[in-house]
Design a protein around this ligand. Structure first.
Ligand code: HEC
Length: 255
């Protein structure tokens, strides 16, 4: 057993294990970047956010802010707001539900009820860029309206794809995690550190994978994915550093 300690291995083996450890760390860095690029843009915000993870594993429903505001009776409930005539509110809602939001925005065939004009008349006093106190969001141009007019529903990843992904990840990550834990065991470091890092690697992984499935029904498990995934990845990173350190730090004479 003693001859298996990393620092006592012959030079060739220490170089091999170092190379493999670097491959492992590079692989984890690459999967982090891949996830950020692949899932990051989902919620329209820079980077990988909790919402992106929720989108992938649970799905997100965010209804059109424009329709929600109109349905909620906005802005009639605000102090000093001029009431929106009922017929005009209905015309705006009909337009938003028509499936022709872009085409009909300034379609003059709609006569009195051209959406762009209705927004001008009813909303621009507050939501115009030229208003005394301009209020976000602006509603002047088609580009303003476009981002507010649609529901943004993200469905979770298809079950068959999640199953394939679980199968691939569970099997390969088992081998990787086991290798990392075993290598850690062969270092000189305190057993309590080694145990802590091993727990992060293995319990983190289990929590992550189980949460992928639980998050479909209940969004609270998205936290399990974030927590488990982060613990696992940090654990692997730390294990890599510890293993490299043990391979190359001079062994004390009496060891
Ligand atoms: C009297 C000023 C005023 C008028 C007129 C007004 N708004 Fe607003 N609007 C506000 C204020 C203040 C907010 C931010 C606080 C809130 O949401 O009530 C807001 C927020 C909004 C939002 C963003 C809600 C969100 O989810 O973030 C939308 C969309 C909106 N208004 C649409 C409209 C539309 C459409 C009209 C015309 C039919 C309109 N507003 C007219 C004052 C106004």
């Amino acid at each position: 057993m003693d001859s298996l300690l990393l620092r006592k291995l012959p030079l060739g083996l220490r170089i091999s294990l170092s190379a493999l450890t670097l491959v492992l760390l590079g692989g984890y860095a690459a999967s982090g970047l891949h996830m950020a690029e692949h899932h990051g843009p989902r919620d329209g915000q820079e980077g990988l956010t909790g919402d992106d993870i929720t989108g992938v594993y649970h799905g997100v429903q965010s209804p059109s802010p424009l329709r929600s505001a109109l349905e909620a009776g906005h802005p009639d409930d605000l102090d000093g707001a001029v009431q929106v005539p009922a017929a005009e509110r209905e015309a705006l809602l009909a337009w938003l539900n028509s499936g022709r939001v872009i085409e009909d925005w300034d379609n003059f065939d709609l006569g009195e009820m051209v959406p762009a004009d209705l927004l001008d008349a009813n909303c621009m006093a507050c939501h115009g860029r030229g208003a005394t106190n301009p209020i976000e969001p602006p509603l002047e141009y088609l580009d303003d309206v476009r981002v507010l007019a649609f529901d943004n529903n993200v469905s979770p990843t298809d079950e068959a794809i999640l199953l394939a992904s679980t199968h691939a990840h569970a099997l390969s990550l088992f081998v990787i995690a086991l290798a990392a834990v075993l290598l850690l065991c062969l270092t000189r470091f305190r057993r309590s550190w080694v145990s802590a890092v091993s727990l992060a690697i293995s319990v983190g992984l289990l929590l992550d994978l189980v949460s992928w499935w639980l998050a479909r029904d209940s969004a609270i498990w998205v936290n399990g994915i974030l927590l488990g995934g982060t613990a696992h990845a940090l654990g692997i990173g730390l294990a890599g550093v510890l293993v490299l350190a043990d391979l190359w730090l001079p062994a004390a004479d009496k060891d």
